[in-house]
Ligand binder design. Sequence first.
Ligand SMILES: NC(=O)C1=CN([C@@H]2O[C@H](COP(=O)(O)OP(=O)(O)OC[C@H]3O[C@@H](n4cnc5c(N)ncnc54)[C@H](OP(=O)(O)O)[C@@H]3O)[C@@H](O)[C@H]2O)C=CC1
Ligand SMILES: Nc1nc2c(ncn2[C@@H]2O[C@H](COP(=O)(O)O)[C@@H](O)[C@H]2O)c(=O)[nH]1
Length: 327
Amino acid sequence: MDNAFDYEDIQLVPAKCVVKSRSECDTTVTLGGRSFKLPVVPANMQTIIDEKIAIFLAENDYFYIMHRFEPQKRLSFIQDMNERGLYTSISVGVKEDEYTFIQQLAKEQLSPDYITIDIAHGHSNEVIEMIGFIKEHLPESFVIAGNVGTPEAVRELEHAGADATKVGIGPGKVCITKIKTGFGTGGWQLAALRWCAKAASKPVIADGGIRTHGDVAKSYRFGATMVMIGSLFAGHEESPGETFEKDGKLFKEYFGSASEFQKGEKKNVEGKKMYVEHKGSLEDTLQEMEQDLQSSISYAGGRNLEAIRHVDYVIVKNSIFNGDKVY
Ligand SMILES: NC(=O)C1=CN([C@@H]2O[C@H](COP(=O)(O)OP(=O)(O)OC[C@H]3O[C@@H](n4cnc5c(N)ncnc54)[C@H](OP(=O)(O)O)[C@@H]3O)[C@@H](O)[C@H]2O)C=CC1
Ligand SMILES: Nc1nc2c(ncn2[C@@H]2O[C@H](COP(=O)(O)O)[C@@H](O)[C@H]2O)c(=O)[nH]1
């Protein structure tokens, strides 16, 4: 890794516009044989997505990944989505129960369209074993494996059969991995993405550290096919969790999947909780994101996302926290 930089350190360089209106620019992306309106997926976290949001996203051609923190609900979730004629996308871990769950899905012929193996340190034999197990029992499922932060990890997981890898260890807004362990891609997530994407032969999902809509375009420029976002999607009317009022302002909670609040115990905590200002409806944010990305495409001098891949960029400064506070 020669040159470390993050989202706030980069600006993309405009190229001559070829459209009359930004509305001509096409933001659709393909992953696992399906087309989605945006190269963006809300994080598979309990304060970001629930069944209702998953239905809304699937019905409206957005990509979603259901979280894995209410494991007992996953089977009926898949059945419900199937009954509605919607695609299915779930998360799993790597512990023993998850093998039983995969076997149960296979037995009941409930093959999810997408399965994301979601653990903190995805460059591990446990993930490699789980990829193999899913491919053996549910060969039709598109497997996303993560999280990782190096080209070696991307290559190994792809070699094990992963159809896509997810890159990002520690850049998340509610993440404290970088502080507590000294490891990860926090502070250089965009450079790590570039490093990993260069080694990848399959799609890469950039995960964590997105602070503005422009960061989606930057992720695409540096090799992401899809971008996973937590904090920007937290705090909406539809977001799971309590809304509460403080000093006349509305807030919602957003907590890490490795936080004490998620785990219910203070063991190996690598996440925190924060309160996010109420943002209105998720649908409005998605629309604004689409318009902003259309604008990005027009600045890239093209008509679709591919144009963004080829634009020049400059490094404007360098800081290690990408705009985040330490705690
Ligand atoms: N993207 C990121 O930067 C991070 C994301 N997370 C999120 O938190 C959630 C919980 O993750 P996770 O704790 O992996 O899930 P699990 O609690 O399901 O643990 C996964 C398995 O990996 C083992 N493990 C070994 N090394 C590590 C390590 N450094 N960190 C975590 N587990 C390790 C765990 O054992 P044992 O617990 O005994 O060590 C356990 O057996 C996930 O949704 C994950 O995406 C968490 C941290 C970082
Ligand atoms: N280190 C930790 N990372 C976490 C935790 N919970 C979730 N995450 C990761 O963050 C992103 C979302 O990042 P954001 O910057 O968009 O808010 C999410 O997709 C996970 O990969 C955690 O407890 N610790």
